[in-house]
Structures are given as C-alpha cells and as structure tokens.
Design a protein around this ligand. Structure first.
Ligand SMILES: Cc1cc2nc3c(=O)[nH]c(=O)nc-3n(C[C@H](O)[C@H](O)[C@H](O)COP(=O)(O)OP(=O)(O)OC[C@H]3O[C@@H](n4cnc5c(N)ncnc54)[C@H](O)[C@@H]3O)c2cc1C
Length: 395
C-alpha cells in the first residue's frame, strides 16, 4: 500500500467516479479509484429488467452529447447500440472507459473512514489498507443506502433496490402494494402489471400527476410511455392512491397491514414493496460536511466541502440553488469543474486539456440555470389515470 500521498483518490467506480477520473486524466493527473464491489457496482445490482430511463443517441458530432455519456467524446448509443441500456449493458460501457483511458481501479476495496490531516492531505482507511491523498472525490452513489421512509416495520417490506428479478417477485402472489409513486414505484408497478398482477400504488401527494418542467421532479417521458402501454395492454391492473402517508407496516393473519397517519388499515397479502428512494450520498461521511436544513453545503465553485479543502462530491445527490443534479447528464456538468480545481492546485494546465469539457457542457460554472428553468411552451394537460384518494377508498 502506498505511503506517499497520491494526487487524488476517488471513492466509487460508477459514472461519477469514472467521469471525474477521465477529466483528471486529460489534465495529466492519474487518480486512484477504489470500489467496494467492482466497476459499475450499483448497475450490476439493478433488477434484470431495469433500463436507464434517460435515452442514449449518438448525437455527439452535432455538439449534443449522448445524455448517458461520461466524456465529451464517447456515446453510449454508439458503443452499445441501444437507447435504454440495462444495468449490465451500462457496466460494459463503464469498463470500456476504464480500459480505454487506462484508469487505475482497485477493487474490491471499501473505504471505511476518511481522516483529514493537518498537512492538507487525507488519510483514507479501507478494508485493504490505508491511502494518503491530496484530494478525495466522494463518488460512492446512493444505491447502497436505501431509504425506508421512516416507516415502522419497514424490515417486513421489500425495498425496490433489493429486487434482482421481477419474475421472482411476481411468484410471491397476485396482489401487491407499492409504497412510493415516483420512478422506482412506477417501474415496480409496470413490471408487476406486465406479469398479470393486481397492483396498489400508494403515495404521499400525487407524484404521477406532477408536470414540473424539471425531470428530477416529475415522471420521465419514458415512464409515462411505459405506463400508458401497460394501462392499455398489460394483463394486470393498477390502482392509484394519492395522499397515502404510510407510517407503519405490521404482520397480520391475512398478510401485511399498512397503516397511515390516521391509522386507516390497508391489507396486502404479499410483503409491501418500498419505493421510497435513497439516503443522501454523503451520509456515510456526514461529519466532513457542514449541513443546513438536512442538506450538506457544497461550494458553488467546485462542489467541495466548506469544512475540508480538497474533499469533493460528484454524483446524483448534488444540488445547487434548489436544482437537483440527479441524472447523469446533470451531474456530469460538474466533472470539468472538479478536475479544473484539482489541476489548478497541482499546477497542471487545464485550459487546453478540458476545452471539450467546457464546449460540450461538462464544465458548467454558471449556476444561473439552476434558478431559471422555464419552458417555452406550457405542458399539455396530462391525462391522469383514475386516482383515488386514500382516505375515501379505505374508509
Ligand atoms: C434505480 C435507479 C435508476 C436510475 N436511473 C437513471 C437514469 O435512467 N438516468 C440517469 O441519468 N440516472 C439514473 N439514476 C441516477 C443514478 O444514481 C446515476 O445514474 C448513477 O448510478 C450515479 O452514479 P454514481 O457514480 O454517483 O453512483 P453509483 O453508480 O451508485 O456508483 C457508486 C459506486 O461506489 C461504490 N461504493 C459505495 N460505497 C463505497 C465505499 N465505502 N468504498 C468504496 N466504494 C464504494 C459502489 O460499489 C458503486 O460501484 C438512477 C438511479 C437509481 C437508483
């Protein structure tokens, strides 16, 4: 194990870690990536049937880089010849980048603790030994930290991120309750409808009805298309329940009883599926960041900790000025910013090496886009599937 400080250590060999490593490599900086479970660790755990909902298209030569690409010069569509890659397919793209750009990846290596040292370095303790690094980029993702929505008895449920195959889940029964009505909830529902199941989707508010212009806050076109198709053609059925604030799940004779804040019961014969999202990616190292109102503060200049210079975050938990950077095409816009900052501090040239990053939207330094997201035309009024108010249905 190295004892000299390395210029940069990246935690996570997913899209964020690999994207940052390629940008650093362009500036002549060889970052060491470590990953607990291999390149594309999260994607390899996706359900077999899941696909990226953001589309890929080889549009790079017209200056519109493939939405799922991690470098300005590559296209996922061109490499994989598919529009919506599965987890395994996207992992192939990640591995190809590692080989092509000759990135350094140590795996399996799990980071256990990061200790800032006084001489502007970080001691990074892993299950394979200790690294010393001048800069650390936390790119460990959210997938390993499922959020249970604060539901008492959540351990009786099946979190959507623990599903490896919807065929297996569907063999557990004919009627399913899903808690959560965003992307993961709808993905679970559509998979079960396609297998002839009777699905009950319960959610706080009515997320499937949102027409917010920010795709991080409303259902993607891909999911709406899949839902329309399932409503028309799937052998199964779906019932939507808005304003269902489920607080507790308990085992009863006939299955699982879900209780909302008014203790109204809803019984599911199969373990409820939790589609309640993920915890913030910085939770495992929360002490190294200043937090306000439940969110870490990241510098606008470089997505850096305001407590420890040299510690950066890249990935889907990033937010600035209320804008969520949760898709690849959003958080990749900061790869060039992080690389530029590290290159500058190490005395490396970045202007010419990162020219393409700047030109193609991978070095976004004007965050005014985060506060001014307006569409030129109003969205057409959505046709919502029939939705029942939770209280009126179960009362
Ligand atoms: C179900 C789901 C569907 C999504 N669909 C899309 C989509 O269609 N389009 C899109 O743009 N985005 C999508 N996203 C957003 C998604 O989070 C990102 O696309 C992407 O996975 C985030 O990349 P990442 O590199 O930050 O994290 P990850 O891909 O999760 O990679 C993190 C890596 O860090 C490793 N790791 C974690 N902890 C440690 C540790 N302590 N030590 C060492 N290694 C560690 C993990 O093993 C993993 O390999 C989706 C997310 C989810 C959860």
């Amino acid at each position: 194990m190295k004892s000299e400080p390395i210029p940069a250590l990246i935690v996570g060999a997913g899209p964020a870690g690999i994207g940052c490593a390629v940008a650093l490599k362009a500036c002549g900086i060889s970052a060491q990536i470590v990953d607990a479970s291999g390149i594309g660790g999260s994607f390899r755990k996706w359900p077999r049937q899941m696909q990226l909902l953001t589309p890929s298209f080889h549009s790079n030569s017209f200056g519109a880089v493939d939405l799922n690409a991690l470098t300005p010069q590559t296209s996922v569509a061109d490499f994989l010849h598919t529009q919506h890659p599965s987890g395994d397919e996207y992992t192939r793209y990640l591995k190809a980048l590692v080989i092509h750009y000759q990135l350094l990846v140590d795996t399996p290596t799990r980071v256990l603790k990061i200790i800032p040292k006084s001489e502007d370095t970080f001691e990074v303790k892993t299950d394979q030994g200790t690294y010393h690094a001048q800069h650390v980029i936390w790119a460990a993702g959210e997938f390993g930290q499922p959020e249970d929505g604060g539901i008492l008895g959540a351990e009786r449920c099946l979190h959507s991120s623990r599903v490896s195959d919807w065929d297996e889940v569907s063999r557990r029964g004919d009627r399913f309750a899903i808690i959560g009505g965003y992307e993961s909830g709808l993905d679970a529902a559509i998979n079960l409808m396609n297998r002839g199941k009777d699905v009950h989707l319960l959610s706080r508010g009515e997320p499937w009805g949102s027409d917010d212009p920010d795709p991080s806050r409303s259902l993607s076109p891909r999911t709406r298309d899949r839902l329309k198709e399932a409503l028309l053609e799937a052998p199964g059925t779906i019932h939507f329940y808005k304003n269902a604030n489920i607080l507790k799940v308990r085992k009863v004779h006939s299955g699982y009883e879900l209780l909302d804040d008014a203790c109204t019961p809803f019984v599911s014969p199969t373990p409820p599926i939790l589609a309640t999202g993920f915890r913030h990616a910085l939770e495992p190292i929360r002490d190294l960041w200043d937090w306000r109102k439940g969110l870490p503060i990241l510098s606008e200049e470089a997505d850096e900790s305001t407590l420890y210079t040299g510690l950066f975050y890249s990935g889907p938990s990033l937010s600035h000025r209320g804008m969520l950077f949760c898709f690849i095409y959003k958080f990749r816009a900061r790869f060039g910013i992080i690389a530029r900052t590290i290159a500058e501090r190490l005395g490396h040239d970045w202007k010419s090496p990162l020219r393409l990053w700047k030109e193609r939207g991978f070095m976004l330094d004007d965050l005014s886009c985060c506060a001014d997201c307006q569409c030129a035309v109003e969205a057409e009024e959505a046709h919502n599937p029939e939705v029942e108010d939770y209280e009126t249905v179960v009362a």
